[in-house]
Design a protein around this ligand. Structure first.
Ligand SMILES: [Zn+2]
Length: 293
């Protein structure tokens, strides 16, 4: 029975990999169908990784989990939906080193006005040392004027990826390998930032996890040597993301009023007020972004 299960799994993986190579440009990788073929996703991924290594000898960390996708430009090039992630997975975190000295949290993971904040902000002094939290390889080094500023993305051997943003200087190049605790950059205030801080994200297959789930930022230590990720807990912010994905916005033009906008978009003034945290007496300005759904 066990042998049959192994055999069919290997067959399934091979078919899947062939399919993956053929449809490399597909918009979304359906991990759903994979995890359904096994009761235990952790066991399944071990099998999948073994099979995968036999088929292509990946040259980047956790290549098997990332289907060999090593994109050096986009933070989330994978387009794997949260629904498609495995139900549970264990990440080895024993080698953890805290990324910076400061413990001054200035903003947490979660909804921030109309946007979702995919990381945690920690205040620092420009020039403070930033360290890689695990072993890995630098996947992105880039500069985003209106966003991350100078930033680094590191793929770790345990399968997680981390983002370090608003840096003043990077010591790394794309494809450089890093050790846990190795200084990779200096903290700064670049990009869309209102004061020197590190914006730090943890992602798995492109989907951000609240860093507090793994790390105690006050004690500057990892919570456990193994992070057992249970999807429903790690992605308990999914309902907020789903709501945001449904959101529609318009830009206020000359002569617009709340009641006029409500009529135009088939909604009510009270709904517009609720969505935009306005009162019915609020004055709207030309160029203001208003959410109508
Ligand atoms: Zn931030």
């Amino acid at each position: 029975m066990r042998a049959m299960k192994d055999k069919s799994l290997r067959f399934f993986c091979s078919i899947f990999l062939i399919h993956f190579f053929v449809s490399f440009s597909a918009q979304e990788i359906e991990l759903d169908s994979l995890s359904q073929s096994s009761q235990d996703t952790v066991e399944f991924f071990t099998e999948f990784e073994l099979e995968n290594e036999r088929l292509w000898h990946g040259s980047h960390p956790a290549d098997s989990l990332y289907f060999g996708n090593w994109n050096t430009e986009k933070v989330n090039p994978y387009k794997v939906k949260i629904d498609s992630l495995p139900d549970s997975l264990c990440f080895a975190c024993k080698e953890y080193v805290h990324p910076l000295e400061s413990t001054r949290i200035t903003s947490n993971f979660g909804l921030r006005r109309y946007r979702f904040h995919y990381g945690i902000d920690i205040g620092l002094n420009v020039g403070d040392t930033i360290r890689s939290i695990f072993d890995g390889q630098v996947r992105i080094l880039d500069y985003e004027k209106n966003g991350y500023g100078r930033y680094l993305v590191v793929r770790h051997s345990n399968g997680l990826e981390t983002v370090y943003a608003h840096l003043s200087k990077s010591f790394m190049h794309i494809n450089d390998t890093v050790k846990a605790g190795q200084p990779i950059a200096l903290g700064g205030n670049t990009g869309r930032s209102t004061g020197p801080h590190l914006h730090f994200e943890i992602r798995f297959l492109g989907n951000a996890i609240n860093p507090w789930k793994l790390i105690d930022f006050e004690k500057k230590q990892i919570r456990s040597d193994d992070f057992f990720m249970v999807k429903t807990d790690a992605y308990d912010h999914k309902s907020i993301l789903d709501e945001l994905a449904k959101a529609c916005y318009c830009v206020v033009r000359s002569g617009d009023t709340l009641s006029g906008l409500a009529r135009r978009y088939g909604t009510t003034v009270s709904n517009l007020c609720k969505l935009n945290r306005l009162s019915s007496k609020s004055i709207i300005r030309i160029g203001q972004k208003i959410r109508w759904r």
